[in-house]
Design a protein around this ligand. Structure first.
Ligand code: TPP
Length: 277
């Protein structure tokens, strides 16, 4: 017999698969986009949107909502897919990806219900999320703030200023999740500007650090359930992921950071992801 917990994990895996399918669907509509970093983040987004974050899709601006900032904004196709499945936007919006005057652009736009911050220029999300977390504390509110970062993005110096500030302010209501897929736009992170030893760096900066397999749904849920990971520190979840996860020809390759999606490419991707709900 399947326990409630196993059923929840299985349902979240199905949510993640749905996000991946809809990423490819959205990109096919636009003809191109960022499949690599969208699909590496899918399991993390599923756990956030369908288990962890306290949200009211019918009341997107509910003051008590948790805040989520997709700092690696180029993965917006995955965010939009999650927002549609959660009920913030209509499913039909997914066919308007990157279309003229659509709220569902290549990068998140606060015009779209459920989007907390317009992002896309890398390196800003952490600092704004710090402001949100500080704002919660100053107003005596208990909402939590989560920001997702990319590993290439983490090369931006502004993140390290933010890392110092978050620790200085002892922001235990702030969590950063690193989608650590090891590949940036034009090659491996380790060859361009290595981040290692990364857990040690964030620990030294004053964060509570956990490392997980970012495709292991049970591990993701466990890490999120255990937040905050320290009473007086911000939490950093380093999630080891695979760029392009779920479609073999797109996995682990910078060539599929951002690429064209022809009908033929789409059909090949869907043949691997299946065409379920
Ligand atoms: C400030 C800034 N510089 C450059 C870009 C162009 N750009 C978009 S995605 C990307 C690579 C980001 O790599 P990473 O954070 O590892 O993303 P992921 O692998 O998760 O997709 C770059 C350089 C940008 N969006 N913003």
């Amino acid at each position: 017999m399947t326990s409630n917990y196993e059923a929840k994990i299985n349902a979240l895996r199905e949510d993640a698969l749905n996000i991946r399918r809809n990423v490819w669907r959205a990109l096919r509509g636009a003809g191109s986009g960022h499949m690599g970093g969208s699909c590496s983040a899918a399991d993390l987004l599923a756990a956030l949107y369908f288990d962890h974050l306290r949200l009211r899709p019918q009341e997107p601006n509910w003051p008590g909502r948790d805040r989520f900032v997709l700092s690696k904004g180029h993965a917006n196709a995955a965010l939009g897919a999650a927002l549609a499945r959660a009920g913030f936007i209509d499913d039909s919006v997914l066919d308007q990806f990157y279309a003229y005057q659509s709220p569902f652009g290549m990068h998140p736009d606060i015009k779209m219900p459920g989007v907390e911050m317009s992002t896309g220029g890398l390196g800003h999300g952490l600092s704004v999320a710090i402001g949100m977390a500080l704002g919660a504390r100053m107003q005596g509110k208990d909402f939590r703030t989560v920001v997702m970062l990319g590993d290439g993005e983490l090369q931006e110096g502004s993140n390290w200023e933010g890392a110092m500030a978050a620790a200085q302010f002892k922001l235990s209501n702030l969590t950063a999740i690193l989608d650590y897929n090891k590949i940036q736009q034009s090659g491996p992170v380790a060859e361009m500007q290595d981040l290692e030893p990364l857990a040690e760096k964030f620990t030294a900066f004053g964060w509570a650090v956990r490392e997980i397999d970012g495709h292991d749904m049970a591990a993701i849920v466990e890490a999120l359930d255990a937040l905050p990971h320290a009473a007086d520190k911000p939490s950093m979840i380093i999630a080891h992921t695979v760029k392009g996860k779920g479609v073999s020809f797109a996995e682990d390759s910078f060539l599929w950071h951002n690429n064209l999606v022809t009908d033929e490419v789409y059909e090949k991707a869907m043949a691997e992801l299946g065409d379920g709900a």
